[in-house]
Design a binder for this molecule. Structure first.
Ligand code: TYD
Length: 430
């Protein structure tokens, strides 16, 4: 028995779990253009999301019946190559799914999309492991229809099941399958549409949905992800892109950096990186990094992770080990000792390492901007930094996600995202 009101929840995909409108509408437009057909001016394109597209092309968009298959082909090609990558997971959906699973609830998807496509989308977002069943339409003209898809998504036995969807088709489908439906008004259907169709309840936001499905549940622990790499590895660009991507994947991202991340630690950062402070001794530098870290962990990182957020931190204690331990030759053990009370057990769940030879990294960096105090170090310094990083990685291969940063930016972005999503999605299904 689940402690929540429903022990089986079946979700619609488009407009319920994922923002799909942008991707679908854009591919519908491409298909209509390639067909040489105009989109009728009175059509609200938002409403193409939900019902089977074949019908939509004909009844809503006025494509002659004998050209519907052609329209579908154009649509499919564009959607597979481009449109589906415009999807995003609604905020808080991942948390909701984790809460349901932790509460022992059967979770499923029932969508009118072809099963293969639905699975591809869920796999891309690393969401598949959060569902017991994914039901999608069969290929070919003979369709299962929403009620049958919902029936097949339900477990053999349940006490109280519910469908969650954003369109009247979901409400009607649920009725056909003999279960109630919670309508979500943040998708493509309106409150009126959902009420009229007979939705048992309406959730205007994903937070409201969470309250209906998991009342009283605490946020599951978030994730602590750090990014490391030598100066000039393209870290800032990649952290920017990763942040954007992770938000699209539905994570509540808390982006932060070291040294810095909160007022006290940012002030310390100013002292450390100031080119006027050339007389700073190595031990002072190492202690300042640790001091900044202590406040950052206390004030930002620990509370955010406890609150279910994904902390994306640009550099962390590995930087101290590599730069002060290796680069400054203060020794790895000393740096780990200094940092133990600062980190206070808050080690990263995963660390993305942007691997690039320090000489190549530095020449890139010097070409791009004026170097700060640390970047002005000799090549031998950066060689020791790299060696220390490599030592850390070899000792903790589990935690490090090593990506080749010598590639072009887009390839680094793609590899980094894949590595991170694989890791987080393995963590989420624990
Ligand atoms: P950062 O702002 O990340 O620089 P970049 O984006 O150019 O890589 O980091 C500033 C410098 O601080 C960088 O040279 C690495 C150094 N650093 C340490 O030496 N020890 C540390 O503990 C941290 C966090 C950074």
């Amino acid at each position: 028995m689940s402690r929540f009101p429903y022990d089986a929840v079946v979700f619609d995909l488009d407009g319920t779990l994922c923002e799909a409108e942008t991707g679908i509408v854009s591919s519908v437009k491409v298909a209509m253009e390639q067909l040489g057909c105009e989109i009728p001016a009175w059509v609200d394109l938002k409403l193409v999301v939900g019902p089977p597209l074949r019908d939509t092309f004909h009844t809503m968009l006025g494509v002659p019946e004998n050209r519907v298959e052609e329209a579908m082909d154009f649509y499919r090609v564009d959607f597979n190559n481009r449109g589906r990558f415009l999807y995003s997971v609604y905020p808080k959906i991942r948390t909701l799914l984790r809460m349901l699973r932790e509460g022992g609830v059967h979770t499923a998807v029932a969508t009118s999309k072809p099963l293969k496509l639905a699975t591809d989308i869920l796999d891309w977002f690393g969401l598949t492991p959060l569902f017991d069943v994914v039901m999608g339409e069969v290929e070919g003209p003979q369709k299962l229809g929403k009620p049958e898809l919902i029936r097949r998504a339900l477990p053999e036995r349940y006490h109280h099941a519910v469908m969650v969807g954003d369109r009247m088709f979901d409400v009607e489908g649920a009725r056909g399958a003999g279960i109630p439906c919670i309508g979500v008004a943040y998708g493509c259907g309106s409150v009126e549409e959902l009420r009229e169709a007979g939705a048992a309840e309406i959730a205007e936001t994903t937070e409201e949905l969470q309250k209906l499905l998991c009342p009283g549940a605490e946020a599951p622990r978030g994730f602590f992800l750090t990014v490391e790499g030598p100066d000039g590895s393209g870290k800032t660009t990649q952290v920017d892109r990763l942040e954007k991507n992770l938000r699209k994947f539905g994570f509540t991202v808390r982006r932060t950096r070291e040294p810095g991340g909160c007022a006290i630690s940012e002030a310390i950062r100013g002292i450390i990186l100031d080119t006027k402070n050339m007389e700073m001794c190595d031990t002072c530098e190492a202690l300042l990094y640790a001091a900044a870290r202590a406040q950052h962990v206390h004030q930002v990182i620990r509370p955010a992770v406890a609150n279910g957020e994904l902390v994306l931190c640009d550099r962390f204690v590995d930087s101290s080990v590599a730069y002060q331990g290796g680069g400054r030759e203060l020794g790895v053990a000393t740096i780990q000792q200094i940092n133990a009370p600062a980190v206070d057990g808050m080690l990263p769940d995963a660390t993305l390492y942007l691997a690039i030879d320090h000489r190549e990294a530095l020449s890139r960096r010097l070409a791009a901007s004026t170097p700060d105090r640390l970047e002005l170090q000799a090549v031998s310094f950066h060689g020791r930094v790299q060696a220390a990083y490599e030592q850390l990685i070899s000792e903790d291969e589990e935690r490090f996600l090593v990506v080749n940063a010598a590639q072009d930016r887009d390839s680094v972005e793609k590899d980094a995202l894949k590595a991170v999503i694989d890791r987080i999605s393995a963590y989420e299904q624990r």
